[in-house]
Each structure stands twice: as C-alpha cells, then as structure tokens.
Ligand binder design. Structure first.
Ligand code: PEP
Ligand code: MG
Length: 584
C-alpha cells in the first residue's frame, strides 16, 4: 500500500484497476520488486518484446506497400536491434541482479546504449541513437500501458493513470469506462481537470510520479475530494472508502430534490445558475441538474476532439444541436479559444511557442486566421435562427481586439445578407473578462460590449503570474487572492454602472466556499460545471444577500489569500455542514 498526494480537481471517489497510458518522454523511476516477482518481470519483458516485434513487422509491411522496399529498411534495422542478444541479455541481467521492474531495466539499458551512439563522431552511428529511443518507447509502451487509440475502446472500467493528458486526449477518451483520472502533472483549472469535472469523473492531478509508482492492473482508490491516490489499498481502506462513496451518493440524492426548486436566496433574490459545457450532448444532463441556460459553450472542443478541421456545416450542425437541446433557454457560444494548453494537432496552434499562455491563442489566433474565424461566425449566425444565442469573444485584452472581432462579425453578417441567408439580428455580443487589462478597463469595454463574463481561470493566472496547469506552483494559484477579488469587484461595478449583463464562468463559481462572496460582490448570474449546480443551489437557497454582503465586507479587510480562504471555509461549513467541503 502506498499513498500519493496531489491536487483534487474533480470530486468523488473511484475504486478500480489502473490503466497506465504511455508517457511520451517520461523518466522511468527505479522501482524494486520482490525476488519472488523477478520471474514475472522477465515474462512481462518477453511479452513486450514479442508484441514490439509484431508491431514493427506490421509497420514494415505497410511501409513496403506505401513507400517501397528501400525506405522500409529502417524497420529491418529496428527488428535487428530488437533481436540483439547482448542487449536483451543485459536487460534481463538488470532485472535479475538488481530486482528492478522490466520497464526500468529497458529504460536504463537502452538509454545508456542510445547515449553511447549519440556521442559518436560518425554521423551514421549518431543517428542510430534515435532508432534506439524509438524502440525503447515502443517496448515501454507495451510494458507501461496502453496507447491512446486503445484508450478509446477500453473493455473494462478503470482509473486512467498518465504523466499528463492534453485536453484533446481527454476529450477522446472512452468516458463510460474511465472511472477516474490520476496524472503526474497538471493544475486545478487545467482544461483536462475542467473536462474531468464536467464529465463527473473524479480526478487528482499533480501526483508527481504516480506513473512510476503504479503498474498496469494495480488496484487504486482515487480520492478526488482530498486529492490522493492509494495504490494497492488494504481491506480497511477499501471498507472506509466504500462507505464514503455510499454517503456521497446519498448526499447527491438529497440535492437532486432541489432540481425543480428556484435558485433564490432566503430574501427572494433570484440567482441564475447556468452551465459550462464543451459538447452539445452535455446540455441535456446539465439542464437535468437544474441549469437555466448555458453560460459558456467552449466550442474549441469540437476541434480538439477531431483530427480534421470541422467544416462550416459540421459546426452549424453542432450549434443547432446545442440550441435545440437548450429548448428556448439562452446559449452563450464562445468563439474559438484554441491555443495555450488547448493545442490542436490539426493545425493553427504552435507547439514550439515559448510562452503559449501569453502567445497566439484564442481571439488573437482567430484574428490572425480570418477564414477560420469567419467560418465559425457564419455557422453560429446560421444556427441562430433556431433559438436564443449570445456570441462571446474570449481573451480580449484591448479595445481594438473587441472592435476588430465585432467588425469581422459585421462582415460575415453582410455576406449572409448578400446571399439571403437568414440569421437572428438581435444577438447580444459580449466578451470574457479574463485578462487583468480588460478587468481594469471594464468601464471602457462596457460601452461596446453587450455583456461580460468573468473568466477567473485565466484571470487568476494572469493576475498572480501562475500557470494554471503547473502543479509545481499550484499552491500560488488562488481565487482567494485579494487582488483577484478586487478585480472581480471592479468588473461587476463597471457592468452595473453601464447597465450591462455580467456573469462569472470560471471554476471559482462552482466552488462552495466562494458562492457567498460572489453574491456579496453583486453577481446574480454564475455559470458553472454542471455537477456543481445542485450544491451551489443549496447554498444560494440557504443564505440572504445581506449575509453575503457581510461576508464580502469582511473579506475586503483581509490582506492575504490564506486569511480569505480560511474565513470563507469556516463560513460555508456553517451554512452547509454536510457539503463536499466537509470531507476536505
Ligand atoms: C476562464 O478562463 O475562466 C474560462 C472560463 O475559460 P477557459 O477555462 O476555457 O480558459
Ligand atoms: Mg479562459
């Protein structure tokens, strides 16, 4: 039994077997096995060598058919290396004499070999190092775990263990089979975390070296409330967690009863609780949880889940599906927010960007790729005849960007007019406030935007200079930072002064401890991940606006995020003693 601590990003408990996804270039930690397990490791190695052999033969045959015999010879070289007796003998010897896992033996022997080749003067020999690395990854792939393609078709339920997952990898997983996600890397509001939460899959990230501590098939308890993974748990732990799961399900059932009740405070103030979604088929369950509209539709996931660029008609079909699923409730469609961690292999995003979160992402990427942007706007406008939509531009950081985006939208409307294609003419056009420059200039933007939605996930990272996906500095990423709270307050004030709609759609809105503060700051609309809606509604229905204002005033007296967070947690535990926070 071993306990690993990480960052809880999606609540719930999962108890299942591990499936470890092959990490691209991760160091394999040295892990010692019992002497009695050495035979098993040798067996695993033999199987992995055989499977790799079959892979390469298949690749060689395919290559012969497509590029011809000569170029396919590269695979003959791989096969020869794979059968190289001295190398295999060295790997086996490492397992037997050092009692290490097969993966560590492969990793250490082949790395040494590759380094030896890469240090050669002769170019031909130097290039052989790449072949060895390639081969090493292939063998490790069979030893460590499944390739991504296989993950889309898992045959049993499991907890997925990976070094890191990109949002597009997460989007294409077989959601019915994945009971939990555990990763070495990642932060609280990384998009993988957001997606896991939206799908209701318990997830813990930032576990540092979970991929090294776990083997395929090991049993794990993944605790998405406390942020820990228990590898090969004992009987007592299993019993405790099964009981905890039962209680959590019972708490969820009590919340389900709130579904039809209005989200209003004890003094009768109505609060709009809307949902954030990535795919149209999340809408029906979100409405089932009590959402009264979709405050954020992250349209880039249509791209991330596809290898090729979605056509205008495909995008139109998606938006129409989403509008129809909303059944007359408002749908806020955010234009493409590709880039940064939402790298799309199909194009446009640049892997090698030095500072991707400060780079050509989101609206910047759209304004530099007008055909891409216009195609999306055309598809949204065409779909707008099917029900109420709002268009929202992400990551606006200066007024010119908002003006340019609106100009492009007007161009597209003109094109549609010329072609006599119908669209709704009363679509509200708003923007996300997720960059401090926009927050500070909110009163200027309020003159030209129909609405604001505060994106705290990015607003926090840009305000406190902390990458939202970096587990090493996750302790510095906090919605409770007084500077963040001050910015939110200014944005809400500016919107109210200009009489425009304002909401908040960052993960902060779904975290129980912040609900009273946000209401106290004047927010009356919050868009959150669907699983969080019942609990947030429960809080809304248990407090008065007067109480929330008192909380907000008290928070304004604090100077550090620790003071803020401790105070907010105390307050929420008083309001909701049985809530999810109780278990943290
Ligand atoms: C945000 O930044 O708060 C937001 C909602 O957008 P995303 O998480 O997609 O960046
Ligand atoms: Mg954002």
């Amino acid at each position: 039994m071993q306990i690993k601590k990480g960052i809880a990003v999606s609540p719930g408990v999962a108890i299942s077997r591990a499936v470890v996804i092959d990490a691209e270039d991760v160091a394999i930690p040295r892990r010692v096995v019992a002497s009695s397990a050495v035979g098993k490791e040798i067996n695993r190695l033999d199987q992995a060598l055989e499977a790799s052999h079959k892979d390469i033969e298949k690749l060689r045959d395919q290559a012969v058919a497509t590029v011809g015999e000569d170029l396919a010879k590269i695979f003959d070289a791989h096969l020869a290396m794979l059968m190289d007796r001295p190398t295999i003998a060295q790997i086996k010897q490492a397992i037997e004499s050092e009692n290490v896992t097969a993966e560590y033996a492969v990793y250490s022997v082949m790395r040494r070999l590759a380094q030896m080749f890469s240090g050669q003067e002769n170019r031909y020999l130097r290039e052989r190092a790449n072949d060895i690395w390639d081969l090493e990854r292939r063998i490790l792939g069979h030893l460590i775990g499944h390739s991504q393609q296989e993950l889309a078709h898992l045959d049993a339920e499991c907890i997925l263990v990976a070094h890191d997952l990109t949002p597009s990898q997460t989007a294409s997983l077989d959601k019915k089979k994945i009971r939990g996600i555990a990763t070495d890397a990642g932060g609280r509001t990384s998009h993988t975390a957001i997606l896991a939460h939206a799908l209701g899959i318990p997830a813990v990230v930032g576990l540092e070296d979970i991929t090294g501590a776990i083997n395929n098939g090991d049993s794990i308890i993944l605790d998405g409330n406390r942020g820990q993974a228990i590898i090969e748990p004992n009987a007592e732990q299993l019993l405790t967690y099964r009981e905890q799961k039962r209680k959590a399900t019972a708490f969820e059932h009590t919340l389900d009863e709130l579904r039809k009740l209005p989200a209003q405070t004890t003094d009768g103030t109505a609060i709009a609780l809307q949902a954030n979604i990535e795919f149209p088929d999340e809408i029906e369950p979100a409405l089932g949880k009590g959402a009264t509209g979709i405050g954020l539709y992250r349209t880039e996931f249509l791209f991330l889940a596809s290898e090729t660029e979605p056509t205008e008609d495909q995008q139109y079909a998606s938006y129409k599906q989403a509008i129809e699923a909303c059944n007359g409730l408002p749908l806020t469609i955010r234009t493409l927010d590709l880039g940064a961690d939402k790298v799309w292999l199909g194009g446009y995003t640049d892997h090698a960007e030095r500072n991707p979160f400060l780079g050509c992402r989101s609206i910047r990427l759209c304004l530099q790729n007008l055909p891409l942007f216009k195609t999306q706007l055309r598809a949204i406008l065409r779909a707008s005849v099917h029900g109420p939509v709002r268009i929202m531009f992400p990551l606006i950081s200066n007024l010119m960007e908002l003006r340019q985006a609106k100009m492009i939208l007007a161009d597209v409307q003109e094109d549609l007019d010329e072609q006599a294609i119908e669209y709704a003419t009363d679509i509200p056009v708003g923007m996300m406030i997720e960059v401090p420059s926009a927050a500070l200039q909110a009163s200027v933007f309020a003159q030209e935007a129909d609405f604001f939605s505060i994106g705290t996930n990015d607003l926090i990272q840009y305000t406190v200079a902390v990458d939202r996906g970096n587990e090493r500095i996750a302790n510095l990423y906090s919605a409770a930072h007084p500077a963040v709270i001050q910015l939110i307050r200014e944005v809400v004030r500016a919107a109210k002064r200009a009489n425009i709609d304002v909401s908040l759609c960052g993960e902060m809105g779904g975290e129980p401890e912040y609900v009273m503060l946000l209401l106290g700051l004047g927010l009356r609309k919050i868009s959150i991940t669907p699983p969080a809606i019942p609990e947030v509604k429960q809080i809304v229905r248990s407090v008065s606006i007067e109480k929330c204002k008192r909380v907000m005033r008290k928070v304004a007296t604090f100077e550090t995020e620790h003071q803020v967070l401790n105070y907010l947690r105390e307050e929420i535990r008083r309001v909701l003693p049985n809530g999810t926070l109780g278990s943290r």
